[in-house]
Design a protein around this ligand. Structure first.
Ligand code: AMP
Length: 346
């Protein structure tokens, strides 16, 4: 395996057979003042840049949307609500912008932890990329600001939380529901790839569920602008990594097609296809594409997954053809929306 040093973001609880993160973070520590907040995204109305506070921007459909004047955000612009979740590098809170009453999720990251874990470049990339993307199935990032100790990301609020949590509650989803999620995720990936962005970390932990139960891609921390020969840092679970990634080979857009296939399987079955008792076994299963389908999986679903989970990246089904695959067109015709899940019913 030829994979860089880890800057761990292990969200999955270590389950039996889940290949855990073997990271060992070390290296020189950077002084606090070496932390640089990314440059403002291009093509958006730039806020008044303040050397200390940095800017943030009013956007067309976010907080501060009615303001003509350019905006520098700070914590005092928001009323903070309940915590929405906890990540490795900080917490996420429900928040409301005081003037517009626009509800957002505020992700608070600690600069010290980012520097210690040497993921400054990752945070910068996440912000630069996510601020520019506009798609109904991609979580909006409206902006960011920082103070001495923390960075605050102003995010679209996803009312129904993480896909990982929903999947654990329901154990697995029916084929129609999965087909709708896969259709919408495919559309979002088509959009990303057209913008030359490879996500590289599609998995249930990085998907959120919006107001109408729609899927939203979140967390662009591992994403890159294509083409990239950038090697991948092994982090968290191996389960979603493609054969070329685990072997440290150059990779391209096709890694997202592979993880689309892995996700389709995990949503239908409740476990990822290459799940094994240890990471060595998972690695072997990925390398030789050893998959077992439970009996309840339909032939058409198997056909689609078989066309996504292909060793040769060039031979994976192009995303545009995923949208035309019979399993998608029959189960998720245009206009079909994900069901509203009732927490009481399984
Ligand atoms: P993260 O640090 O991004 O891994 O987020 C930790 C947890 O916070 C997630 O698993 C979600 O449950 C929750 N969360 C993160 N972002 C949002 C959001 N935009 N809207 C609602 N919940 C969120």
């Amino acid at each position: 395996m030829n994979i860089n040093k880890c800057s761990c973001k292990e969200n999955r609880p270590p389950t039996a057979g889940r290949s855990g993160c073997g990271c060992n973070i070390s290296g020189p520590k950077m002084p606090m003042d070496s932390f640089k907040v990314p440059a403002a995204p291009i093509g958006r109305p730039l806020g008044k840049v303040n050397e200390n506070k940095e800017h943030q921007l009013a956007s067309q459909s976010g907080p501060g949307k009615n303001e003509d004047k350019k905006k520098s955000w700070s914590l005092s612009d928001f009323d903070l609500g309940r915590p929405l979740g906890k990540g490795k590098f900080g917490n996420v809170y429900l928040a409301r912008e005081k003037e517009s009453h626009y509800v957002v999720a505020l992700k608070v990251l600690f600069k010290s932890q980012i520097l210690d874990s040497e993921i400054e470049h990752q945070v910068r990339r996440e912000v630069e990329i996510q601020c520019r993307l506009r798609h109904p199935n991609i979580l909006r990032m409206y902006g960011y600001f920082h103070d001495e100790k923390r960075i605050y990301l102003i995010l679209e609020y996803a009312k129904h939380g993480s896909m990982y949590k929903l999947l654990k509650e329901r154990e697995r989803f029916d084929e129609k529901t999965v087909a709708i999620y896969i259709r919408d995720l495919t559309k979002a990936l088509v959009y990303c790839h057209a913008k030359k962005v490879i996500h590289r970390d599609i998995k249930p932990e990085n998907l959120l569920i919006g107001h109408n139960w729609e899927l939203k891609i979140a967390d662009f921390g591992w994403s890159v602008h294509s083409p990239s020969s950038r090697r991948m840092t092994l982090c968290g679970t191996l389960d979603y990594l493609s054969p070329e990634m685990i072997e440290g080979k150059p990779h391209n857009y096709a890694v997202d097609i592979w993880s689309l296939g892995v996700l389709c399987y995990e949503l239908l079955v409740g476990l990822p296809p290459f799940d094994a008792k240890d990471s060595h076994q998972t690695y072997r299963k990925i390398r030789y594409v050893i998959i077992k389908y439970p009996d309840f999986i339909s032939e058409k679903a198997k056909d689609l997954m078989g066309k996504l989970l292909v060793i040769n990246p060039e031979q994976r089904l192009p995303l545009i053809n995923v949208l035309q695959h019979p399993w998608i067109t029959e189960n998720a015709p245009e206009g079909a929306q994900p069901p509203a899940f009732n927490p009481e019913q399984k």
